[in-house]
Design a protein around this ligand. Structure first.
Ligand code: PMP
Length: 368
């Protein structure tokens, strides 16, 4: 049952092609053996021990650490180079070029559309509904569009908490969408910001929701953006095996990224990362209160992530003013749905204070 749900949507050739079998996969690694099978250079350079060798594609010890961290079985995980690579993989596995489409709900993370267009696959947008000062998914319309067979929608991307709007969507609504679309398509839930959120993850729903795939990353909550470590989580282990063996590159994860991820998921470092999340959340609340005092700020959208979407007068001018003072935030004012908005990532207390000071100065500038 589980298997059928996901496999039904996989592009036909992926079911039959043979994946690449690397030298490492064929021979394994054993310290007592001499390996002359992978055209590696036998001479390690100083202070770069082990880097002359290709890394294991999905090291079992790290898979186990991910499994414990995310609360799934290691057979339900495929580790990727950031959630970014996970998005490319899903698009590639499910979307037939020039035929299939993905569904997004704008304003949302831009890479869903970019990856689709690279296939090329089409993009159907069912925009978020803006009501009472917050954004929500248009559940009925998503179901309607994605179940219309003429639309050939293979993946519904839901980002929760959503970037750039910041809020999470109700788990019940996401489950309703998954259930209504069973047999029609995959629901890819991007939980890049889940560790910051009160709503929390839907990982516990994976086993009972056969068309749900979840994407996670160590980039944000574990402060590891520079190492590019993310993953695909799916209740269907056959799908995970297919991705690992037939879709991923031969040696996808850099050795240093593997080692660092392992280190970060150790209990001591994880505890520090969790403390930092608390600091970021406290700062997010403080910044919201302080920013709302400004006459220039018209609205701050509710956030369940590590950033705030701020609607203000002359958003672009404010971004430029901050940039002139060496503080870079993201201008979203020219994008549909986030007109007059800027997105501010929550920094350290000192960095945030600098934003507040500059806002104060900006407030007092003579109007142009
Ligand atoms: N999804 C969302 C919603 C994001 O905001 C980002 C990064 N900004 C990504 C995925 C990619 O994250 P990673 O660093 O894990 O590739």
């Amino acid at each position: 049952m589980m298997r059928k749900q996901i496999f039904k949507h996989i592009r036909a050739h992926y079911k039959t092609i043979k994946g690449y079998s690397s030298a490492g996969m064929e021979s394994g690694k054993d310290e007592s053996k001499i390996y002359l099978n992978a055209n590696e250079n036998p001479y390690e350079l100083p202070n770069l021990e082990g880097l002359n060798r290709y890394p294991e594609p999905q090291p079992p010890a790290l898979l186990e650490a991910y499994a414990q961290n995310y609360g799934v079985d290691y057979t339900q995980i495929c580790m990727t180079r950031g959630a970014d690579e996970a998005l490319v993989i899903l698009t590639k596995v499910f979307c037939e070029p020039h035929k299939d489409q993905v569904l997004i709900s704008s304003p949302t993370f831009g890479m869903y559309g970019v990856d689709a267009m690279a296939m090329p696959a089409g993009v159907v947008d069912v925009p978020l509904i803006k009501k009472d000062g917050r954004f929500n998914i248009d559940k009925e319309n998503i179901i309607k569009q994605a179940s219309n067979i003429d639309n050939h929608i293979k993946i519904v991307f839901i980002c929760s908490p959503n970037n750039p709007t910041g809020d999470s969507f109700l788990h019940e609504d996401i489950i309703d969408i998954c259930e209504a679309l069973e047999g029609h398509c995959i629901v890819a839930l991007d939980e890049t910001y889940a560790e910051f959120s009160k709503a929390g993850s839907m990982v516990a729903d994976l086993d009972s929701t056969p068309n749900l795939i979840i994407l996670r990353t160590l980039s944000k909550s574990y402060a590891l953006a520079g190492m590019r470590m993310g993953c695909i989580l799916c209740g269907d282990e056959d799908f995970i095996t297919l991705v690992r063996n037939k879709v991923m590159d031969a040696y996808p994860l850099p050795r240093l990224s593997i080692e660092t991820a392992f280190h970060v998921l150790s209990p001591e470092i994880k505890a520090i990362a969790q403390d930092n999340i608390k600091k970021i959340l406290a700062e997010r609340e403080r910044m919201k209160i302080e920013l709302e005092k400004s006459d220039k700020v018209n609205h701050i959208y509710p956030s369940d992530a590590n950033f705030l979407l701020i609607e203000m007068d002359k958003a672009k001018e404010f971004c430029d003013y901050l940039a002139d003072n060496n503080v870079i935030i993201r201008d979203f004012s020219s994008q549909k749905g986030t007109e007059n908005c800027v997105r501010l990532s929550i920094g350290t207390i000192e960095e945030n204070n600098q934003v507040l000071e500059l806002l104060n100065k900006y407030n007092n500038l003579p109007t142009k």
